[in-house]
Design a protein around this ligand. Sequence first.
Ligand code: NAD
Length: 288
Amino acid sequence: MKIGFIGLGNMGAPMAANLARTHEVLGFDTVAAPDGLTLAASAAEAAEGADVVITMLPNGTILRTVAAEIHPAMTPGAVHLDCSTVDVDSARAVAAMAEAAGLSAIDAPVSGGIGGATNGTLTFMAGGPKAAFDTLVPLFDIMGQKAVHCGDAGNGQAAKICNNMILGVTMIATCEAFVLADKLGLDRQAMFDVVSTSSGSSWSMNTYCPAPGIGPQSPADNGYRPGFAAELMLKDLRLSQMAAEAADADTPMGLAAMELYAAFVEAEDGAGRDFSAMLPRFEKRGRN
Ligand code: NAD
């Protein structure tokens, strides 16, 4: 396939590099110029004549601007695959723009981080026409290990923000429970052995344990270097609250998690640290 790839940052560059091993890839980024990729002079040039144009951009506003630039340059029948994490409304607006231009659009945000992008082990959660999704399966197979079709346009973003709302909430709950256990004199290893095999278990405890030296290797064992940065968790929690407000969904735990990550990143020392560094944050505090 001929692929245009727009947004060659931390995630986009390794994803494009994996595709370029077996497909013709023309990349574009306003700033980044990674080695080993053929680069175009503009987003429209990267999109021209491509079967699939992939975007991996910071937010919905930029995605809408880039979509307006590339859709007129794309061949009718081609697919715009957006893998960025953006608000549901922007994903649906871009799908409507694509349809008006005779194109298909799939929103397929990813889970798996920079490691997953580099190793080709991302998980894609996709919204949009099933026929277009099916044509992209060979590309999902190169960039990832799993792709789930979640329904109509925007549903990939919906799945991503619901998943990450659960993740933010369970990480905070796991961290505060470790601190309570500490203060009650419960050994962290014993706490892990019980919870990881009991009804309090979760991915945050079992796979990504926030306590250093406990459980499998995680960013806690590496000085809380990300991993998944606290500011990216904050971004996703804000997107989930935007969506919850628009849909009139009552999400009090998601709101509390968003407020805690906002304080951590913007008023404390959370910026640049892994999102599991909530544990040392709680450790330093009392109830007031
Ligand atoms: P990044 O900031 O490293 O990369 C974004 C790139 O887009 C940058 O290189 C930037 O120069 C480029 N860009 C901005 N405006 C542009 C434009 N108009 N035209 C072309 N290029 C433009 O971000 P990232 O970490 O690669 O994340 C990309 C997306 O993936 C985000 O939506 C993020 O939320 C999501 N995501 C990131 C991770 C992660 O661990 N980094 C994990 C899952 C999802």
